[in-house]
Design a protein around this ligand. Sequence first.
Ligand code: NAD
Length: 498
Amino acid sequence: MSSNPGGAPVALRPTDSSALLIDGKLLPGSGGVYEVLNPATEEVLGHAADATPADMDAAIAAARRAFDETTWSRDPAFRARCLRQLHQALLGHLEELREITIAEVGAPRFLTSGPQLETPIAYFEYFAELAESYAWRQDLGVAAPMGMKTQRYVLKEAVGVVGAITPWNFPHQINFAKIAPALAAGNTLVLKPAPDTPWCAALVGKIIAEETDIPAGVINIVTSSNHTLGAQLSTDSRVDLVSFTGSTTTGKAVMVAAAETLKKVFLELGGKSAFIVLDDADLAGSCGIAAFTVCTHAGQGCAITTRLLVPRARYEEAVKATADTLASLAAGDPNDPGTICGPLISARQRARVEEYLRLAEEEGGTIVVGGGRPKNQERGFFLEPTLISGLDNDSRVAQEEIFGPVLVILPHDGDEDAIRIANDSPYGLSGSVCGTDPARIQRVIEGVRTGTLSVNGGIWYSEDAPFGGYKQSGIGREMGIAGFEEYLETKLVAEPAS
Ligand code: NAD
């Protein structure tokens, strides 16, 4: 049982939600089961189906058959109906999904009202509507190439079989941002979720199998403790597109592996985004936003701004304002509706973050606040929100993605210097700027090489907003019309015109 503030306790159903979904059937994993941990308590919650390469092979075969042998890819009205059905079915399981998400991901309860659950469920309605309204046939008019009067038009068609590989940090958001547009566009799909968060995906698989008319094989969900099952999706010639979200290192491996069969790759990767405070901004208010942001889901978000760039003349003042806010946002129980900063996903991830804190001190930095495990949390993979000062942008903690509640504060010498530092990174996923002069803000918007940018606390996240990275943060865009079109091919047809 799990607590459900304001309502009756909601049972977690581990055994019910631990099957694979292959060719429309809920199946046990050929590799047996593996343990699912609660990162806030370190308790074993239950078990998940452990797929083997043979299971993955069966899932790919089912997706291929469903694409090649059914009318799914040619019937957008039916697809829209199925996606709406799934949307309603997910809403019918909202509280069960919420409790699993809190328990398995360590996601703070307040985030499940937004990006950890409720917002991504709405993607299905958005993409159902797009399946109905999209211009599947686009007229190019009549021309006379080589003297022959010809009517030309473009048909937009599904790419084929999509292999979707996802991480653990926002499982529903990332799974649904792939499933909804890929299916709406007429593809079939195999989802390989992260080993740490199998239940979020498996429960969705069970709902699809039992409560929707989505045909067998159109969507297959393969949970496994084995990371390398994902690699099978990159190399198998029956897969036409790999849609990957995860670290830049793994993204590069996916791209290399996919080259052999020259499949399309769509990559959403890591980030080390800059939060720029201009010298005409409200310094304390801006630093407060930056501190709050890095605590959200314990900093385990690719687009979270983790480098805070402040005017050099007010560096000490900014350090104090940021540290004060971080100290007020203690890491705590994700079940508590007031918690912003929950646990890290695993002991391994916490050890990785702690290694970066050791490195920061070795590089000459100061841990101004945080840096340790909270005294009042005896169990769980918690870490205190942490501020590192006294380093420059060349340091490893300013260059590498840490993926924890850790903010590095850096001085800048004016707007152009801030833009230079923001861009001095292998990544280009996200960013923020705070200031008051519109012309100066415009210069920052144009100067920073990044896929999303927030101005004075603006929120860019929604289903119609294309999201993705410049540089080593990825290739392609997720969500919105741009995200939908990643899952489409273009066929040009030419007929003699009268
Ligand atoms: P990861 O790269 O370790 O794993 C991601 C997924 O890839 C998992 O399902 C994993 O099992 C699988 N995988 C591992 N090796 C593979 C291989 N060789 N071939 C195919 N698949 C393989 O990432 P993670 O630690 O799970 O997630 C954190 C990372 O994800 C961070 O770098 C974060 O920035 C990034 N991320 C990016 C976005 C985005 O939209 N840009 C969103 C969320 C997370």
